[in-house]
Design a protein around this ligand. Structure first.
Ligand SMILES: [Zn+2]
Length: 289
């Protein structure tokens, strides 16, 4: 906490950080008159910088979730910092006291930071390398049970994990062939190597040029090496992720409704994908503002 307040003691420090993240500092080509390398000065008591050349106003928070917020920037930054430190979503209760805000405000800030993790993940990016796929059923009355098909209130989630550590989880409406196929094609470049378990619907993958290997969990097979492609097929990476996810669901969020599932998954995959880049996490959030 002390480390945080040394780095961001006041509004100006936060604003300067946003300025750096979005414009690379206070010297850049003027957006109004085009002066090259124009200097920009902070206006006292306002969230605005002024270009020295022509007086053009630049508001570093324009177009971000911080635009027009009455909550101090330090509070927003502290909430993001807390999120990166604890590595899970920050609840209104956790934020309320340190921010000195009402529960409603603190709750809203927590949700906005959740949204940032979705933005920060660049959901359109395609995976590279060997990708593992596995779907689980979460929520409902008996939380986290795998293969609990058709249980009321359960949300189906497809997990995609690349062996180099990137992770993504998307809520899907059903496990029909078309649904699974579209979810895979949205994230994985055709032609890549893909591991799944024996769920029938994944048979469609070979049609799109994927090198698809199947582990037969029903036959107690957990990995197999394919001599022709020199690939080891298994879904241990994505299953390891689901184990952590389910433990977190049990520990921290008693019930997650389907409505909030994607948000919660995004937080979780954001933290999992960036676990080697703790300091970078905060910067990714600021850049996603
Ligand atoms: Zn100018």
């Amino acid at each position: 906490m002390r480390e945080f307040f040394q780095r961001f003691p006041d509004e100006e420090a936060c604003l300067e950080h946003i300025m750096n993240a979005r414009f690379g500092g206070t010297r850049f080509d003027c957006m109004s008159c085009g002066t090259v390398d124009a200097t920009h000065h902070k206006l006292a008591k306002r969230r605005t910088y002024v270009a020295a050349c022509c007086g053009h106003h630049v508001n570093p928070t324009a177009g971000t979730i911080l635009h027009d917020t009455r909550t101090p920037l330090v509070s927003w930054f502290y909430a993001m910092y807390l999120f990166c430190m604890t590595r899970h979503g920050v609840s209104g209760k956790e934020l309320q006291r340190p921010l000195g805000a009402t529960y409603k405000t603190a709750y809203r800030i927590g949700q906005r930071i959740s949204d940032l993790t979705v933005k920060a993940q660049n959901f359109d990016a395609l995976f590279f390398g060997h990708v593992e796929l596995d779907e689980i059923y979460v929520g409902g009355r008996r939380s986290g049970g795998k293969r609990g098909r058709g249980a009321p209130g359960k949300t189906i989630v497809m997990g995609l994990a690349s062996r180099d550590g990137d992770m993504k989880a998307v809520v899907i409406p059903d496990v029909k062939e078309d649904t699974l196929r579209n979810a895979v094609l949205d994230s994985v470049e055709p032609g890549l190597v893909v591991s799944t378990d024996e769920l029938v619907s994944y048979n469609l993958l070979s049609g799109d040029g994927f090198k698809h290997g199947v582990v037969k969990h029903g036959a107690k097979e957990y990995a197999h090496y394919d001599y022709r492609s020199s690939e080891t097929f298994h879904v241990n990476t994505v299953e390891g992720f689901w184990r952590l996810f389910k433990a977190a669901v049990r520990l921290t969020h008693v019930q997650i409704s389907g409505k909030h599932m994607q948000r919660y998954l995004s937080e979780f995959t954001f933290c999992a994908s960036n676990r080697e880049r703790v300091n970078g996490m905060f910067d990714l959030l600021v850049e996603a503002l």
